[in-house]
Design a protein. Structure first.
Lengths: 272, 100
């Protein structure tokens, strides 16, 4: 299944912020298909429509179910670490990053530990620098409120889903916003539910819940596989991840895998 | 009500988290997206997911390795990320239960 591979590169050269912004304003009330119908001819037109938000929200529902569970896992673990229900939900709604929040619980949520906490969050979320960079062509023409609001809601799952949608020709950034919303709400609700259920789940590990992130990442990797061109970046990033995982603690191996994969992807790229 | 100490920490972590989300987007304002840069960015999702999975696979514990295999099989058969992840969780839980 081609996910990220089918997009023509020509549109990127022609996207200029102002032009795309005007396009977004004009077609705000259009149905998504109105712009999507053009994409094979002029895929440089980016929009942000209500229909796009709905579409993204619906398409991300399979992910939302797993986020709800993952949020519940965080809620349970937060309860075990002594955070109150309100504290756990505040953390999920403001920080909104599963791996970073789990790391924060392990370090200890107190100002005395702020330096290691901040470093851990920056390290574990460094991959979002790459995600945000990849979204520049799509969100570059949006208003700051729409662009940064959408970025705030962006998570691993809906980003991967949206990149697949973009590769298939969708230029409606509402999809990104809607799919993000579909993950943000269950993350907060899952945290709330998990924290309230905390006393009923004796051992999350026995249910394999600690394996959730890895299993989900593996599923996304299988879905994101484009074909033969992926072997080199994939092998290089796996090697980088293993090496860095042995040498450095924290989330560095994820960052290293992303950077090495990007470098090899650029190196193997042939100009058509 | 959460105390000031907690709110200070959570606010700082929220700012750091959002800085990562917005930072890459802002940086690209000053970087021209050539086809080569785009090829690099398109290679990132798979690479990051591999980065998350690899340490668990390299640890070589049987339940986890079997679970990753199950994720791959279900994903190939059904093409649904959630069902594939749930299959992986089921295999991990069963494997750990058998190990006791």
């Amino acid at each position: 299944m081609p996910l990220f591979g089918l997009v023509s590169c020509r549109w990127i050269m022609t996207v200029s912020g102002r032009c795309a912004e005007g396009c977004g304003d004009n077609s705000r009330n259009d149905f998504r298909g109105a712009c999507a119908g053009h994409h094979s001819m002029s895929s440089n037109r980016t929009t942000f429509s209500r229909a796009g938000i709905r579409h993204g929200f619906v398409m991300a529902q399979p992910l939302a179910a797993s986020v709800l569970l993952y949020g519940a896992v965080f809620g349970v673990l937060a309860g075990e670490s002594g955070l109150s229900t309100l504290q756990a939900v505040l953390m999920s709604t403001l920080v909104y990053s599963g791996s970073a929040q789990l790391a924060a619980l392990q370090i200890g949520v107190t100002t005395a530990l702020l330096p290691p906490l901040l470093l851990a969050v920056l390290l574990l979320n460094a991959r979002y620098l790459l995600y945000g960079a990849a979204l520049r062509p799509w969100l570059g023409g949006m208003s700051p409120a729409a662009a940064y609001g959408t970025l705030f809601l962006t998570g691993d799952g809906n980003w991967a889903l949206a990149m697949k949608e973009y590769a298939n020709g969708n230029r409606d950034a509402g999809f990104l916003f809607g799919s993000g919303l579909a993950m943000y709400a269950p993350w907060a609700l899952g945290t709330l539910g998990g924290h309230m259920l905390a006393s009923w789940v004796p051992d999350p590990r026995a249910l394999g819940l600690d394996f959730m992130l890895v299993a989900f990442a593996a599923a996304i990797a299988v879905g994101a596989w484009r074909g033969r061109e992926d072997w080199w970046p994939a092998a290089a990033s796996a090697l980088a991840a293993v090496l860095v995982y042995r040498l450095l603690p924290g989330g560095w191996h994820i960052v290293a895998a992303g950077i090495v994969g990007a470098a090899v992807g650029a190196w193997r790229h042939r100009d058509a | 009500m959460p105390d000031a100490d907690f709110m200070t920490v959570v606010t700082a972590l929220a700012v750091a988290s959002f800085a990562c989300r917005a930072g890459g987007f802002m940086m690209m304002r000053f970087v021209r997206i050539t086809p080569r840069v785009e090829a690099a960015l398109k290679a990132v999702p798979l690479a990051v997911m591999i980065g998350i999975v690899v340490p668990a696979a390299a640890a070589g514990n049987l339940p986890e390795v079997a679970a990753l295999f199950a994720v791959g099989v279900v994903m190939k058969l059904l093409g649904n990320e959630f069902l594939a992840a749930v299959a992986g969780l089921a295999v991990v839980a069963a494997g750990r239960w058998l190990a006791f």
